[in-house]
Design a protein around this ligand. Structure first.
Ligand code: SAM
Ligand code: SF4
Length: 339
C-alpha cells in the first residue's frame, strides 16, 4: 500500500523515535491482584470499548507511522472474547515484516489453550506475570487466581516454542522471602525474570502502597549475595536494567519506574481499549483517537490526531511514594494502560 511510505515516522519534541505501542485490549480481568485492582472494580460499559476491528485499524495506523513492536495487554488480554482474531489480523504485519515483534503481557490463566495459536500468529515471546510459586500466596495476591492454571499455561508456552519472561512485583512482607527461589526456578525453566517495583497507580480501597513498597536496590543487593549478577547492555528502551545470572545463564531485570533515569530513551506510547492514547505512563495528558477513528473510514483524521499526540509527548513523569504521598500519582489503574 503506498500509504506506508506517506506516513512519516513518529519523532517526539525531545527527538525520541516512537517505535513501540502497548495496547490494552480490555480493562477486564479474571484476577483481582491486590496491587492492581480493588475487588469490586467497576469496568467500562461495553459501548465505550473499541471493537476488535477498530483496534486492528488503530494498530495498523501506528505500524504505518513506524511502530515496530506491538504489545497487547490489559486487563487480561486473553479474556477478551475472540481476541485471537485480533492476533491473527495483526499477524499479517509480522508476515510482511512491517512489524518486528508482536507480543503480549498476560497473567497466564488462559495461556494453555492459546499458546500454540499465538505462535501461529507470529508471537515468539511473551511476558507472564507471576509473583510467587506458593499456591496459597498466589491465591492471596491474585484473590481469584489458581497457580496450577498458570503453570499449565507456562508449560504450554514452552511446548509451543514461545520465549517467556516472568514479571514479578516485589511486595514487602509478601513474596520477599522467595526471590532466590524465583531466580532458581526461572533458571531451571529457561525463563528470563524481571522484578517490578510497585507503582502508585489507581485507588485500591484497603491496600496501602507504603506497606507494599520494596525498593529494588535492596532486592538486587540481597540477590547479589547468592547469585553472580553480570552487567549487560541489553536494553528495551524501557525502565528495566538487565543482568545475566552467571549460575543459570538467564537474564534478570529490575524495573524501577520511580526513578527518572529511563525517560530519555523512552520509545513507547500506550493505547487503551477506548482508543485513548497516553503519551507517558506517569502523566494524565491523553489524546482521544476514537473520535477521529469513527469520524471517517479514511485514516486522514486519525493520522493527524496521532501526529498531534506525539507532538505532546512529555519529557518524563513524576511518581512519588512516601509517607506524605500515600496516594496515587495518577488516578487511573494499571489495568487501564496495561503497564
Ligand atoms: N493482566 C496481565 C498481567 O497481569 O500480566 C496484563 C496487565 S497487568 C496490569 C501488567 C503488569 O502490571 C503485570 O505484570 C502486573 O504485575 C503489573 N502491575 C499491576 N499493577 C501494578 C502496580 N501498581 N505496580 C507495579 N506493577 C503493577
Ligand atoms: Fe489482572 Fe494483571 Fe491486574 Fe492482576 S495485574 S488484576 S492479572 S490486570
Amino acid at each position: 500500500m503506498h500509504m506506508a511510505e506517506s506516513a512519516p515516522s513518529m519523532v517526539d519534541p525531545f527527538g525520541r523515535r516512537i517505535t513501540y505501542l502497548r495496547v490494552s485490549v480490555t480493562d477486564r480481568c479474571d484476577f483481582r491482584c491486590v496491587y492492581c485492582m480493588a475487588e469490586d472494580m467497576t469496568f467500562l460499559p461495553k459501548s465505550e470499548i473499541l471493537s476488535l476491528e477498530e483496534l486492528d485499524r488503530l494498530c495498523s495506523a501506528f505500524i504505518r507511522h513506524g511502530v515496530r513492536k506491538l504489545r497487547l495487554t490489559g486487563g487480561e488480554p486473553l479474556v477478551r472474547r475472540n481476541v485471537m482474531s485480533l492476533f491473527h489480523a495483526l499477524g499479517r504485519h509480522r508476515a510482511t515484516g512491517a512489524l518486528e515483534e508482536l507480543t503480549l503481557t498476560t497473567n497466564g490463566s488462559q495461556l494453555a489453550r492459546h499458546a500454540e495459536e499465538l505462535h501461529a500468529c507470529g508471537v515468539r515471546r511473551l511476558n507472564v506475570s507471576l509473583d510467587t510459586l506458593d499456591p496459597a500466596k498466589f491465591a492471596a495476591i491474585t484473590r481469584w487466581g489458581k497457580l496450577d492454571k498458570v503453570m499449565d499455561g507456562l508449560a504450554a508456552a514452552k511446548r509451543a516454542g514461545l520465549a517467556v519472561k516472568i514479571n514479578a512485583v516485589a511486595l514487602k512482607g509478601v513474596n520477599d522471602d522467595e526471590f532466590d527461589d524465583l531466580v532458581a526456578w526461572a533458571g531451571d525453566q529457561g525463563f528470563d525474570l524481571v522484578f517490578i517495583e510497585v507503582m502508585p497507580m489507581g485507588d485500591l480501597g484497603t491496600e496501602s502502597r507504603v506497606e507494599q513498597y520494596l525498593p529494588l536496590s535492596l532486592v538486587k543487593a540481597r540477590l547479589g549475595k547468592r547469585w553472580s549478577l553480570d552487567e549487560t547492555d541489553y536494553r528495551t528502551g524501557g525502565p528495566a536494567r538487565y543482568y545475566t545470572v552467571r549460575e543459570t545463564g538467564r537474564r534478570l531485570g529490575f524495573i524501577t519506574p520511580l526513578t527518572h533515569n529511563f525517560c530519555e530513551s523512552c520509545n513507547r506510547v500506550r493505547l487503551t481499549c477506548t482508543g485513548t492514547l497516553y503519551m507517558c505512563l506517569g502523566q494524565d495528558d491523553a489524546a482521544d483517537l476514537r473520535t477521529p477513528l469513527r469520524a471517517s473510514e479514511a485514516d486522514t483524521l486519525l493520522d493527524a490526531a496521532i501526529r498531534d499526540a506525539i507532538a505532546r509527548k512529555p519529557k518524563g513523569h513524576d511518581f512519588v511514594i512516601d509517607r506524605r504521598h500515600d496516594r496515587p500519582a495518577v488516578a487511573r489503574h494499571m489495568s487501564v494502560t496495561g503497564g
